[in-house]
Ligand binder design. Sequence first.
Ligand code: DC
Length: 227
Amino acid sequence: MRESMVIAIDGPAASGKSTVAQRVAARLHYLYFDTGVMYRAVTLAVIQQQVDVNNQKAVEQIAMATQINVTPPSIEDGRQYDVVLNGVDVTWQIRSNEIEANVSLVSTYPGVRQAMTERQREIGLQGRVVMVGRDIGTVVMPDADIKFYLDASVQERARRRYTECMQHDMQTTYESILAAMQSRDHIDSTREIAPLRKAADAIYLNTSDLSIDMVVDQVIQQLVLTE
Ligand code: DC
């Protein structure tokens, strides 16, 4: 296995990529960096400033002016990191339904992507990192040492998200989660800039019938093979 690797993991929502990446990063003592939180934080800033998410220019300006920091967890409440937006801890706020409903649109805007991609690259280039997102292998870190693309059927992914919501006593239905997920998949994979897609040199893993442990084992096996 190589020293100081950049490991890219892309895939749609609830494909298992975040959990797998966390475990792989913990085993290797690498930084785990979930790039989706940055798009979520921008979306929250837009909503807080009562700007219309359809107002591309205004949203892009917010993205450029907003300070987002992702730092090690300061509270033991199940979080993997703190997400700090302009000095305020927003780690859980960025998981709300309102953010879920708007983040895909916000992340289609070129000015938003440019601002986020630059910041993500700075962190990625430091090495010893497992980066998770939609465009890490294709755009953010095209020279990553190894790339994975995790996938699962949309029904299975909606079922996973529904189970998570039930565990947190959130009011929702399987049908509404499935519909929201289909809509996000569509926006993420058809946008003009940096759409969700597998990099040509990424290893494809379908996680529909695999446990998290099985996926982690497969990823580690592949890492061991890199020279
Ligand atoms: O992984 P997530 O669900 O937290 O991502 C939220 C949104 O952010 C997702 O719908 C698309 C966008 N995103 C992106 O465009 N590029 C990334 N590298 C990560 C996320």
